[in-house]
Design a protein around this ligand. Structure first.
Ligand code: 1CP
Length: 336
């Protein structure tokens, strides 16, 4: 039995499954070793053997209920023809596109994504019977943030400005992204992904109006497409930072579960999302600091009444001590 899949089907009374965002990555010394062998991060993501190994590393150390594909959300702008690089200790850098001509002049090459489907299949063949494989993509709004701004930002003010000033360009970009994401996720499923997570990491910077148009609607379209084509595959939506708009998102998108960042109290979750499968919401800083305060947070999260998938509110940070991760998993599994 796969606990994650059972929980996603809204089954009550089961033990809580656990996996965590960025469970593969820089807090693991074995990841840092493996990464050194391919300095270019995108080349690493497009290497089906190494990416598979990176995805499996956390499962060798910890008793987790799922593996997540090792890749990055920015492979989609790359496949659309945009220049994407990752700079050490800075993060991603893209050659910004700011108008419809920029987008139309890109040379799309979806076939560069093919090794990723091979990674999916490699991981799947190495999982234990109780472990599920999660595929993922960035959502259109979050990808548009990086494509237009060219790098991370606190508030993506310039991207929101373009969304309002040039809706023609923005709608064209959204539709382009929806189409490629639908294909990409469908191929991940065909290669063996059993669950899909949509990361809308920057949905929280949007006004109500733009949230409905550029986070909720595109996620809804992608989910509708996948539900039609692969009705048995559960989908987790993660519109990070949207506060109570998570209710509108849940009701309208038909996602099987929603990811919760760390801003939600357990009381609020129990009052407002009692018929929804939820995932999250341990503060990644609480995990980094550890100790009694973390234990209290975990005990609190275990009070969520509806079926719940234990996870962080956002990805694990590179300086997180491994012993804190071990403690978290043992507590969730009820060993201590
Ligand atoms: O040098 C390195 O090793 C690169 C570090 C790294 C890693 C390990 C990056 C760069 N991406 C990843 C892998 C990754 N990214 C995974 C698979 C690993 C796993 O979860 O186990 C996943 C699911 C992602 C998703 C991702 N990438 C998101 C969505 C989740 C989130 O954190 O909000 C985002 C926004 C990105 C962009 C990105 N890629 C890498 C970095 C440092 C960033 C964030 C840039 C920023 O601060 O805006």
């Amino acid at each position: 039995m796969k606990l994650l899949l059972e929980t996603l089907s809204n089954k009550q009374g089961l033990p809580t499954p656990i996996w965590f965002m960025r469970q593969a990555g820089r807090y693991l010394p074995e990841y840092l070793e493996l990464r050194k062998t391919t300095p270019n991060f995108l080349d690493f993501c497009y290497d089906p053997k190494k990416a598979c190994e990176a995805a499996l590393q956390p499962l060798r150390r910890f008793d987790l209920d799922a593996s997540i594909l090792f890749s990055d959300i920015l492979v989609i702008p790359h496949a659309l023809g945009q220049e994407v690089t990752f700079e050490k200790n800075i993060g991603p850098k893209l050659k910004p596109i700011t108008k419809i001509e920029d987008l139309k002049s890109l040379r799309k090459n979806e076939s560069i994504l093919n090794p990723i489907f091979e990674t999916v299949s490699n991981i799947k063949h190495n999982l234990k019977d109780h472990q599920a494989l999660i595929g993922f993509s960035g959502s259109p709004w979050t990808l548009a943030c990086y494509m237009i701004n060219g790098q991370g930002s606190r508030d993506y003010a310039n991207v929101r400005e373009i969304a309002l000033k040039d809706p023609n360009f923005f709608d064209y970009l959204m539709n382009t992204l929806i189409e490629i994401i639908c294909n990409y996720l469908s191929q991940q499923i065909q290669a063996g992904a059993e669950v899909i997570q949509l990361f809308d990491s920057w949905a929280g910077v949007l006004s109500e109006k733009l949230f409905l148009k550029y986070s909720l609607e595109p996620n809804k379209k992608i989910i509708a497409y996948l539900k039609n084509r692969h009705p048995q595959i559960p989908i987790i939506g993660f519109p990070k930072g949207v506060g109570q708009n998570i209710l509108e998102f849940t009701n309208q998108t038909q996602a099987d579960a929603v990811g919760l960042d760390s801003s939600f109290s357990i009381n609020w979750i129990n009052q407002n999302l009692n018929h929804t499968v939820t995932q999250g919401n341990l503060d990644n800083i609480s995990l980094l600091v550890g100790g009694e305060q973390m234990e209290q947070d975990i005990i609190n999260i275990k009070k969520i009444k509806s079926p719940h998938i234990f996870n962080l509110g956002h990805g694990i940070l590179p300086t997180t001590p491994i012993k804190n991760v071990e403690k978290m998993i043992e507590m969730v599994k009820g060993i201590i």
